[in-house]
Design a protein around this ligand. Structure first.
Ligand code: PMP
Length: 295
């Protein structure tokens, strides 16, 4: 991904894509002192841009460092990189990390860096293809307890088990993996939250007490409520997936992705899942002023 044309915003200026490098003794590389965001741009609008920036700053604070740019400056950086790349439908990746002055677990004085990259990611709207549903394996890795890791930060270190889980699932022929939490409850997929449509028409989703309460998750809860659907946030045991009729994932990259199976539990993406795919798509493509008014 490092060998392409374009620019990346790096510590206050746009630099050529191929030259946006860090030193091998970077603290973020050795000790995972790194936080990031994933954002989508639809027709030139960054969806929930301020919320993503706020989460980035908060994630950094959770990892005991302060990004040396204000929220307004980060917004400007995102626009600058999109404009320089001419991207109207794409993905934004801000990342902040501790630098390389001191090597060791403690590196309190190390410089904090910020980079923002963006790339084209056209979003094709083809509900029929989506409605087949993806197949998930059940990961053996569990989301850690809140006193084991900073579970609410979008921190690089938390993705170690996500990559392990997703690689294992892909090698076994699945699209992704579902992860349980430290207690054995259903938590989330490796980069997306999960919802279940139960037989009584209500929608159940795991309580986000040890994983990311995704921006898309919160958006979709509002979309469900706008349709008069009751949403229940609770702890869900894996066996309860047998009682679910439909299942879908939510995330900035995943948008609303229907799920066909999790291990041996099968689902038939139906009307409510289709509504959420469509409602989410309509919301993100709305002109930004209208989308904000709806928030
Ligand atoms: N969980 C994990 C582990 C993720 O990486 C993501 C994607 N950021 C999500 C949930 C969904 O979060 P969001 O809707 O804010 O993209």
């Amino acid at each position: 991904f490092d060998d392409r044309d374009g620019s990346i915003w790096f510590d206050g200026q746009l630099v050529p894509w191929r030259e946006a490098s860090v030193h091998v003794l970077t603290h973020g590389l050795h000790y995972a002192s790194s936080v990031f965001e994933g954002e989508r741009v639809y027709a030139g609008n960054i969806f929930k841009s301020e919320e993503h920036t706020a989460r980035l700053i908060k994630s950094a604070g959770t990892l005991d460092f302060e990004i040396p740019f204000s929220a307004a400056e980060i917004e400007t950086a995102k626009r600058a990189v999109l404009d320089s790349m001419g991207i109207v439908d794409g993905y934004l990746r801000p990342v902040a990390w501790r630098g390389s002055e001191m090597m060791g677990v403690s590196a309190q004085q190390n410089t904090i860096h910020l980079a923002v990259a963006a790339w084209e990611w056209p979003s094709y709207f083809d509900p029929e293809a989506k409605m087949k549903g993806i197949r998930l394996a059940l990961s053996t890795w569990r989301r850690p307890a809140p006193d084991t890791a900073p579970v609410h930060a979008k921190a690089a270190g938390l993705y170690m088990i996500c990559t392990l889980s997703k690689h294992r699932a892909e090698k076994d022929g699945f699209h992704d993996a579902m992860m349980l939490d430290y207690r054995g409850y259903v938590a989330e997929a490796t980069g997306a939250n999960v919802f279940f449509v139960m037989k009584d028409g209500r929608v159940h989703t795991p309580t986000p007490d040890c994983f990311l309460n995704g921006i898309t998750r919160r958006t979709v809860i509002d979309l469900l409520k706008a349709r008069g659907v009751e949403v229940v946030e609770r702890h869900i045991m894996p066996e309860e997936m047998a009682d679910a009729e439909e299942c879908f994932l939510t995330g900035t990259a995943a948008e609303v992705t229907p799920v066909g199976s999790v291990a041996d539990y099968t689902f038939t993406p139906g009307e409510l899942t289709r509504h959420m795919v469509e409602d989410y798509d309509a919301l993100v493509r709305r002109p930004s002023s209208a989308a904000q008014a709806a928030e």
